[in-house]
Design a binder for this molecule. Sequence first.
Ligand code: SF4
Ligand code: SF4
Length: 229
Amino acid sequence: MTKEQIKELAYSLGADLCGIASIERFLEAPKGYHPLDVFPQCKSVISFACRFPVGALKCNTSAVYTRIRNSLTPKLDAIALDLCIRLEQEDILAVPIPTNESEWDGSTNRWRSIISQKHAAQAAGLGTIGRHSLLITPEFGSMVWLGAVLVDVELEPDSLKEPVCTNCNLCVEACPVNALEKPEINQGACWDYAFGEDKEKQDWRISCHKCRDICPYNLGSKNNLLERR
Ligand code: SF4
Ligand code: SF4
């Protein structure tokens, strides 16, 4: 299969963006979290994204943002699974990477996905990571959720995007718990504040995305509906 055919397949399964990274682009992956640590036969990484409806940013309740995120996660996992099955039918060994599951990395005291979805997306030319540690894509800004599949065939990699983050510091200043003070996000501070039980509503919620909201690049060329309102 050509990379164009693989991308068309990903789009037909529901992805809005798709790109290819060669294995050589993961030199800086943390020990134990390189694609080859997961799948020693890996030669290329397929990264894809689904858009996140931006109306959620205008709602007065965190219920909507939380529900969209909780619905996008299984959607991306289903795309990854279907893509793997279709690739296997074409004699390509393929491995789905969970979209939202993480494990404790005792060597760095962080929760990590077995492969960083954001770094895979950056390596596949979908966008670039901003100071707020989110991926910014030209088409949908940071309003995307990500999935990935590892494959045992060499595919032509896509061009990398130029960084757009200007280090304006707006996201750093907007964070209520100073989680973005250092170049690497203070994951514990962010997660403790942003995720968890809403005591009043007695429901699990994502109650903060201020760093995403304030970034001038949170919307893209195909997702600028809010700017027109
Ligand atoms: S989601 Fe909220 S708590 Fe987490 S880094 Fe962004 S602004 Fe800070
Ligand atoms: S708000 Fe500014 S510093 Fe933060 S990610 Fe966006 S452009 Fe970069």
